[in-house]
Write a protein of this length. Sequence first.
Length: 266
Amino acid sequence: MSVRISAMSVLPPVRKDRVIAQLPQCFRKEAAFHTKEDFNNKVKTACQEQRTGTVGFKISKVIVVGDLAVGKTCLINRFCKDAFDKNYKATIGVDFEMERFEVLGVPFSLQLWDTAGQERFKCIASTYYRGAQIVIIAFDVTDIASLDHVRQWLEDALKENDPTAVQLFIVGTKKDLSSPAQYSQIEQDALKLAQEITAEYWAVSSLTGENVKEFFFRVASLAFETNVLAELEKSGPRQIGGIVRINSTPSNANASTKKKQPNCCQ
Ligand SMILES: Nc1nc2c(ncn2[C@@H]2O[C@H](COP(=O)(O)OP(=O)(O)OP(=O)(O)O)[C@@H](O)[C@H]2O)c(=O)[nH]1
Ligand SMILES: [Mg+2]
């Protein structure tokens, strides 16, 4: 009798609080990737019939960029570790965390790259931007300058990636520090910018945890939906399933290991 060991059978089950059964809703309809209430029907059917091809074996790369001290590390730590540190420790270069989800019954992983915002570490960090499917640009809702710098961060991130293939999010951090009046003022500007650059907009607080889980669930769900649709398109009328085509597309995870030589920091 032969024993088949698949990647899924070796991995521990996905945490119960990482199971996504319904499409999480956008934060603001004015600046959303889409405003549909549920996952695409084709995606739902494909998941039910286990025709998601390689999606369950892939890891999507997410990069989090933005000015120094806007709260990128705190955002990732709140979601991945449910922790918050009020002391600032600058990220030197990059850090990353893996998060495993189950979306519509299919395993799905995000590799979250936390990059440095400080100018002197930026050139190291930018060598890790490549191969990102999702770009999250963080700004501090109490610091208008950090919102003004979003375009520059976008430009830098897109230099290393295919702009048509990237899903873009702008996230306002430290919502707990601004009054409702201050917040609504900066939100106007942020929504306008998000519309101009075709990004989905969110505002969160890593201190209180407000919207943090909702935000990452939305990121995971939209990335998953896009990947399943791409897989269905690629397979065309042919039925996916039966054969596991691990080598059929270059993985984002691999892309991140092919480091580009930095042309700065010398
Ligand atoms: N009140 C409040 N403070 C926050 C929040 N998020 C982050 N901070 C504080 O802001 C400071 C900077 O946070 P970090 O997450 O280290 O910032 P960063 O963007 O990772 O900074 P770099 O790694 O240098 O790019 C820390 O002192 C945090 O405690 C928040 O939601 N609310
Ligand atoms: Mg950091």
